[in-house]
Write a protein that binds this ligand. Structure first.
Ligand code: DP6
Length: 345
């Protein structure tokens, strides 16, 4: 009997950033993100009789072509979960994956990719053992975390927290949980336009960047600040204060990049056009009072965050003023989404 499982899992954008970790993918501070809708990975994993006696006999295809470069991170992930997924050693594992966003668009595919893979593997484990864990998504989030920290948040929709925080008794460093606070209506259909500034792979990977937070001169202060910002954001998300939201989120983005610039060795992932766009966003906001804010992930692309009611103004602004600064004029119109879904063929 052929065993297979297929999942679609989205990317997410952090408002309070995860940057720095301990052994075993334990985050140095809690983070909170919006799960996205249009940027996702679809992955199908099929198990068949083992073809070689290597520890893990597997192949990975991206867009129907073998992708050797993905194998080391996946093998590391298998090693991290094999004590709970012994079947990984007993089958040939075929992984077929594709992303909704353009290949090497600079959009981090590890959150969507690792969560899609973790969900497939947990479904397969259940097919083999015949039992369903009490909380499937919680376990899937825990496995996703072991593949890539930010992936832990992608299994759930809406606002998602990963990492223990004082105000939230269900929060955990082991897995993400849906945001427990009250959420003002305005945040329920928030938009995120992903502006593609730089395509291709980054000069420093996130994993290497996290490592540079060990012995970083400002690390302790930064971890403390992330806790404070999360607590402030809980209030903002409840009362719908967009100005306070934008202020906090933009500060988080710039702090993340400031940590990179003050690491040893130091590095810069922003590009001249990243800074140009930020400047134009600030100018536009000042002139029009449109509630438009930016955030950044670990790369040069800019995420524009705004309530759905401002979409027409923002779209005109992007088309008119920002497009010249985008790689091939490209951007993705995304919004808050519902989390991962299983795909039944
Ligand atoms: C800047 O989750 O990609 O996007 O755990 O090493 O795979 P690994 O790192 P990753 O780091 C994401 C960092 C970030 C902030 C965030 O998503 O919270």
């Amino acid at each position: 009997m052929k065993l297979s499982s297929k999942w679609r899992s989205p990317s997410n954008i952090a408002l309070v950033k995860y940057w720095g970790k301990h052994a075993n993918q334990i985050p140095a501070n809690p983070s909170l993100s919006f799960t996205l809708k249009e940027c996702y990975t679809e992955t199908e994993v099929t198990l068949s009789p083992k073809k070689s006696d290597t520890e893990f006999d597997f192949e990975v295809q991206l867009d129907e072509k073998l992708e050797e470069s993905f194998k080391p991170k996946i093998e590391k992930f298998f090693k991290a979960i094999v004590h709970e997924a012994g079947f990984l050693k007993e089958y040939h594992i075929s992984i077929k994956t594709n992303n909704s966003f353009p290949h090497s668009s600079g959009i981090a595919s590890s959150a969507s990719g690792m969560s899609a893979l973790a969900l497939c593997l947990l479904s397969l484990k259940n097919q083999i053992t015949g039992d369903e864990p009490k909380d499937f998504l919680q376990k899937a989030s825990e496995w996703s975390r072991l593949g890539s920290g930010s992936a832990s948040r992608s299994v759930y929709g809406g606002l998602v927290q990963w990492g223990k925080s004082a105000n939230n008794p269900v929060s955990s460093d082991q897995f993400a949980t849906p945001f427990q606070g009250k959420t003002h209506e305005i945040f329920k259909d928030f938009k995120d336009y992903v502006l593609l500034v730089e395509v291709g792979s980054k000069s420093v990977s996130s994993t290497a960047g996290h490592g540079l937070m060990n012995n970083h001169p400002f690390a302790e202060k930064r971890f403390e600040q992330a806790h404070e910002n999360l607590s402030k954001l809980e209030t903002i998300l409840e009362n719908g204060d967009l100005e306070a939201f934008g202020n906090l989120v933009e500060s988080e983005a710039l702090t993340l990049h400031a940590m990179m610039m003050t690491s040893q060795p130091y590095f810069i992932l922003m590009k001249p056009n990243t800074v140009k766009i930020i400047d134009l966003v600030w100018q536009f906001r000042k002139e029009t009072s449109t509630p438009l804010y930016f955030t950044l992930d670990a790369g040069a692309n800019v995420h524009l965050l705004f309530p759905a009611s401002a979409e027409t103004q923002v779209e005109n602004f992007v088309e008119r003023e920002l497009r010249p600064y985008l790689k091939d004029g490209r951007y993705i119109k995304d919004c808050v989404g519902e989390g991962a879904v299983e795909i039944n063929n």
